[in-house]
Design a protein around this ligand. Structure first.
Ligand SMILES: [Cu+2]
Length: 112
């Protein structure tokens, strides 16, 4: 019984940390074509809204290399001070992620 309890405590702490990270996300989409990879390990804003045929540019303003991968497509490596522009020809909701820091860095492009 004592042993069982010891196992439960660390698991509970980990779950709390994970919930805290997810809760800090921006939820309302922002109408913009520019996403900053801001210090530290953030997409700002993380949820953006554009029209079909338009592009989004991600610019790395952090001190670390990040990536942008949209819906399992090509993974774009973006070093410090660099940027990547991706065009969205079709309407839909596209999830994107930094594959190096997927726990903290993810967002959506909503194309109308
Ligand atoms: Cu990253």
């Amino acid at each position: 019984m004592t042993r069982f309890r010891l196992l439960l405590v660390p698991l509970g702490a980990a779950a709390l940390v994970a919930a805290g990270c997810g809760g800090t996300r921006t939820t309302a989409p922002v109408a913009t074509h520019d996403v900053s990879m801001a210090k530290s390990y953030r997409f700002d804003p993380d949820v953006v809204q554009i029209k079909a045929g338009e592009s989004v540019t991600w610019t790395n303003n952090d001190n670390f290399t990040h990536t942008v991968r949209v819906d399992g497509q090509a993974d774009h490596r973006v070093g410090r001070g660099q940027s990547v522009t991706i065009r969205f020809p079709k309407a839909g909701t596209y999830d994107y992620v930094c594959t190096l820091h997927s726990h903290d860095m993810h967002g959506q492009v909503i194309v109308s």
